[in-house]
Design a protein around this ligand. Structure first.
Ligand SMILES: [Cu+2]
Length: 158
């Protein structure tokens, strides 16, 4: 079910992207997306690995992102997103400058369902190359802290 919902969200994104692309008048910066956030905007910082850079004329970057637990659907309901590879619209093509496939980044992701582009990346910050990303699909919420080290004064003073 998560995958299905995710697919619906993705189709919505792609339709919006197509609308943006069609309204462009040509020119190198026609894929930059300028929109004011609505009152429904949610901003997330999400770590990801860059899989594919935007090709000419397309604002989409493909990122393998970690799970996004706080994601919401268009009605404001929780819609946690599993880790996966998917395209994201970049607010500005210049965000991808200096970034290569395989790089690890923290993206600033704005989810804003009423906006023309509901899923938009507004910043990409490089992470150290040795950063270990967590691509497990099920966030492990288990409380495994019960193995607390036994610290303390059971040893009698000498
Ligand atoms: Cu996703």
């Amino acid at each position: 079910m998560k995958t299905l919902r995710h697919a619906v969200a993705l189709v919505t994104t792609l339709v919006s992207l197509a609308a943006v692309a069609c309204s462009g008048q040509g020119g190198s910066s026609s894929t930059d997306i300028e929109q004011e956030p609505t009152a429904s905007a949610h901003t997330f910082k999400v770590r990801a690995e860059v899989m594919r850079l935007p090709a000419d004329g397309s604002p989409e970057i493909y990122l393998h992102h970690e799970a996004i637990d706080g994601m919401v659907d268009p009605r404001g309901k929780a819609m946690p997103m599993d880790s996966m590879t998917m395209p994201f619209a970049l607010a500005k093509q210049s965000l991808a400058e200096g970034i290569s496939p395989g790089d690890k980044v923290t993206m600033t992701l704005v989810i804003d369902w009423p906006a023309p582009v509901p899923v938009l990346v507004t910043a990409l910050e490089p992470l150290p190359p040795d950063t270990q990303l967590d691509f497990s699909t099920k966030p492990d919420k288990g409380d495994e802290d019960d193995a607390e080290p036994d610290v303390g004064g059971t040893r009698p003073p000498t």
